[in-house]
Design a protein around this ligand. Structure first.
Ligand code: IPD
Ligand code: CA
Ligand code: CA
Length: 280
């Protein structure tokens, strides 16, 4: 599926080649975090709140990914969750989450992933001002590699994937996630309480990037969250969109992103948004 505002595919901006690089680096980083997990894991620091943690593996994974991107594409920018902020000159900025689902990683629950996206800035950008043209998400615990580039469809371990297409909210399985601050969680609890009586069920899997890939692969019907950061969604939204999902923001004037993001079948997302945000 192709966006109407696709950036021209110059050699430096060839989405398929960028997706290949994202996939290769994501797989290598994912293998590394699995090795580190086997050696044990400890909380290295906390961020926005005591429950918002970072492990040494998050930091090492980010260092590895940044070095690999810089070796392959020294003119690109890089934005990483664990502090990387490199301004590039090529027009491509990589947006990376070295471990998405760090709490699952801490507890050895098999839902965490490395997320890597190559983004551009244009009129079709998300709320953070960027939009992925290529991306990869790798979950080393399930041995899954999801890859997409704009106009190229989405794959799971090399096989094409599509969303379920479910349009009836009453029989939809809807995933969401929660932030780390008390104020944000109070709002999120209200969203869930509005939705729960109206959907098949909800899931809180613990990795936004992986949630979006599960949606893309037809293992969830929809996903929404408020408060996501660019690294949480950059690759996943492209994979979901290329698998047939529609993305909406908080209202029709606001692009999807931190204020709110909902993804699912084109004829489901507006109703889901109304239910979740109803009364705000
Ligand atoms: C978190 C996960 C979680 C989502 C949070 C994110 P992290 O990322 O994606 O599913 O609900 O909003 O912050 O901290 O594990 O990288
Ligand atoms: Ca994350
Ligand atoms: Ca993370």
């Amino acid at each position: 599926m192709s966006d109407s505002t696709d950036a021209p595919a110059t050699p430096a901006h060839d989405p398929q080649a960028l997706a290949g690089l994202a996939a290769e680096i994501a797989q290598q980083a994912a293998t590394r975090i699995l090795e580190l997990r086997a050696q044990g894991v400890a909380v290295a620091a906390s961020k926005s709140s005591a429950v918002d943690i970072v492990t040494a593996a998050d930091q090492e994974s980010e260092r590895f990914i940044v070095a690999a991107i810089q070796a392959a594409r020294p003119d690109d920018g890089i934005l990483g969750e664990e502090g990387t902020g490199i301004t590039g000159t090529s027009g491509i900025t990589w947006v990376i989450d070295p471990i998405d689902g760090t709490v699952n990683y801490l507890y050895d629950l098999p839902a965490y992933a490395v997320s890597i996206a190559a983004t551009v800035t244009d009129a079709a950008a998300f709320a953070d001002g960027r939009r992925a043209i290529a991306g990869a998400v790798c979950n080393p615990r399930t041995d899954e590699l999801f890859v997409a580039w704009q106009g190229g469809g989405a794959t799971r371990n090399g096989e094409p994937i599509t969303i379920t297409g479910q349009e009836d909210l009453a029989v939809s399985l809807v995933a969401t996630g929660f932030g780390y601050t008390v104020e944000r969680r109070i709002e999120q609890a209200a969203m869930v309480s509005r939705l729960l009586p109206k959907a098949r069920d909800i899931r809180r899997i613990g990795s936004a990037a992986y949630d979006l890939c599960l949606l893309a692969a037809g293992r969830l019907d929809a996903y929404f969250e408020r408060g996501l950061q660019p690294w949480d969604y950059a690759a996943g939204v492209l994979i979901a969109r290329e698998a047939g999902a529609r993305l909406l923001g908080r209202d029709d004037a606001t692009p999807p992103g931190e204020p709110f993001l909902v993804a699912g079948a084109p004829n489901l997302v507006a109703e889901l948004r109304d239910v979740v945000l109803g009364g705000e």
